[in-house]
Design a protein around this ligand. Sequence first.
Ligand code: SF4
Ligand code: SF4
Length: 375
Amino acid sequence: MRYRRFGKTNLSLSVFSLGTMRYLASEATAAQTVNRAIALGINHLETAKGYGKSEQYLGQALAQLTVPRSQLYITTKISPTPDAASMARQLDQSLADLGTDYVDCLAIHGLNTEEHLSWVKAKQGCMQAVQQAVADGRVRHIGFSTHGSLELILAAIATGLFEFVSLHYYYFFQHNAPAVAAAAAKDMGVFIISPADKGGQLYTPPQKLQELCAPLSPLLFNYRFLLSDPRITTLSVGAANETELDWPLSVADVDGPLDVAETEVLQRLQTHQTATLKSEQCSQCYDCLPCPEAIQIPEVLRLRNLAIAYDMTNFGQYRYRMFENAGHWFPGVKANRCTDCGDCLPKCPEQLNIPALLQDAHERLNGPSGRRLWG
Ligand code: SF4
Ligand code: SF4
């Protein structure tokens, strides 16, 4: 296992972190997963108030460990609140559930909207309670996790309130690259959320993607893509049980830039996408936003790109069906809401027929609804 400095926190974190949102089958499963993670060299355990019994199970597992608490780093996450008092109450409950006097890192969980950012910046807002907890030693370092827009993430980083950020950034979703750069420029730690699942459901890749990534697996290629970037500190592994840790961690000792074979995979993926999508490829410039109907055009067309180029239709459907169903965690409406107003057309440097591509994406990704709309 390699370890990297988590930005200005100066914590030395394992390049893989145990995310504890999926080990919830039982207290015993959680304890076995934690034990195995630590045996494999993971020293960073990440949980959240919103993950059901995750904090309690982690607290019970920690109580049984022989490893000193000082050698483990615990992050928990609490959703932003407009006031300090409710944040203070939730933090006390988290510490009680975790059975610890302090957490190494506390992240504002899901800083996703302008309203959340205003709560964070407000003098009497949730950060007052967080900063009090830092002053009295219950919290050592402060960060935020986000599913928000790039603009929002950059604005949150620019507040200077945070020492680390947890965000989405993968080979198949590189739009947040400027946020990684901005975080690095502020010497913040960078934690990558869910590179296996949100990164493309890479535990179950389609055959075509497997062939393009050979001799690597798509999952390990994505891990190597991320870990070849020294600005990235650690990747979340959301293992449901102890056996799910072995495969991801097979690249935990590989450091440095992509080697020749890995670089060939990267080039092959790029070439294949361009050749397959031809003049229908969305280049992910985001220039077409905003759409008056709140369609997240680039994200819809990213999922279409992936479905057509790499057969990642299951992943595309999984994400697409979250539109209109996941609130601020996945904003935007489905592509069939396009009114053909034409506002986006002159803004697209690729001169794409956006309404037609959105319609096609909807038919591919909305899934079976009685009649099958695509072959
Ligand atoms: S044409 Fe459709 S996608 Fe484009 S701006 Fe209008 S409603 Fe939005
Ligand atoms: S402007 Fe065109 S290329 Fe850019 S994100 Fe929108 S649809 Fe894609």
